[in-house]
Design a protein. Structure first.
Ligand SMILES: [Zn+2]
Length: 86
């Protein structure tokens, strides 16, 4: 199962919008499969979203929607698209 398969359709759509609208403030490659990004959200501080494409369930984000849960939110999707634009 890939990262996008674990996300809801709405999160994929909204995450793609975030990516297109340049709301990913930065994105850092940690390993070939792991990326850490900061994503502008509704709060004052950007959210920190980490994605692992080989082990998508290790991905996390500190937004209220995904924090503490194994949920792929739009911020993680946005970092994914930023990391893999193709
Ligand atoms: Zn999030």
């Amino acid at each position: 199962m890939g990262l996008l398969d674990l996300a809801s359709g709405k999160s994929v759509y909204r995450g793609y919008e975030y990516y297109v609208n340049n709301r990913v403030l930065f994105c850092e490659k940690i390993t070939d499969n792991q990326y850490l990004g900061a994503v502008e959200g509704t709060a004052d501080e950007p959210y920190e979203a980490f994605v692992d494409i080989v082990h998508p369930r290790k991905s996390y984000c500190n937004c209220p929607f995904a924090e503490g849960k194994r949920i792929i939110c739009k911020h993680q999707v946005a970092v994914f698209f930023k990391s893999f634009p193709e």
